[in-house]
Design a protein around this ligand. Structure first.
Ligand SMILES: [Zn+2]
Ligand SMILES: [Zn+2]
Length: 208
């Protein structure tokens, strides 16, 4: 039997200055929602993700190590790297660095705003994927990101960008295969065997 995986690919914990979600809350909330995994993508640090990944098996959820890298030109989600990058590198250099560390690079909320997003720069960068659903921006902005991912022929990723537990799992990425470690995650994104979804099961969203 092939097991699919449902992963929220973009969660901030208290290791990001702007988030209220403890590592524990991130894991139990995701589990409660029926997600199989979460990627912890704090701003410019992998500390929280590393810490969570060490205890995740106890909770029966898989934690993937990620990081939301602040490049000079906008936010880039890195997966499969276990060290942080310096801030404010040019996007191209940041992506090169992510690749040399064995990771993959995904444009975070590419059209959300001018300051934090890569915008049309995505068309010039060696990205592995684009975040096409992020719960924060307007719908039209997500649509624009999806159109760009199709045009570029790269993976469509989706993550809540939750900074409060109630937003975890609002959007997620459904993988065709079982994703149980960094290697299977990277391979699936490279092969594009994943799709962005808005999960139907969201008990916490109804109750809060
Ligand atoms: Zn961001
Ligand atoms: Zn974020």
């Amino acid at each position: 039997m092939v097991l699919m995986s449902l992963i929220d690919m973009h969660i901030h914990t208290t290791f990001s200055p702007c988030s209220k979600i403890s590592i524990y809350d991130a894991m139990v909330t995701a589990l409660d929602l029926g997600l199989t995994g979460i990627a912890i993508t704090d701003h410019d640090t992998v500390e929280g993700a590393l810490k969570a990944s060490r205890t995740a098996s106890k909770y029966g959820i898989t934690v993937f190590i990620g990081c939301e890298v602040t490049s000079f030109e906008g936010h880039i989600l890195a997966y499969g790297i276990s060290e942080k990058l310096p801030m404010n590198l040019y996007a191209n250099d940041a992506i090169e660095r992510i690749h040399s560390l064995g990771g993959i690079a995904v444009a975070a909320h590419p059209f959300r705003n001018i300051e934090n997003s890569l915008n049309n720069k995505i068309f010039e960068l060696p990205l592995d994927g684009i975040e096409v659903f992020n719960h924060v921006p307007r719908r039209s902005v997500n649509k624009e990101a999806r159109t760009a991912a199709i045009e570029l022929g790269i993976a469509q990723i989706s993550g809540s960008d939750a900074h409060e537990a109630k937003y975890i799992g609002r959007v997620a990425t459904l993988f065709k295969d079982e994703i149980y470690d960094e290697d299977t995650l990277i391979e699936a994104i490279r092969k594009k065997t994943c799709k962005p979804i808005v999960p139907r099961k969201s008990p916490r969203h109804r109750s809060r």
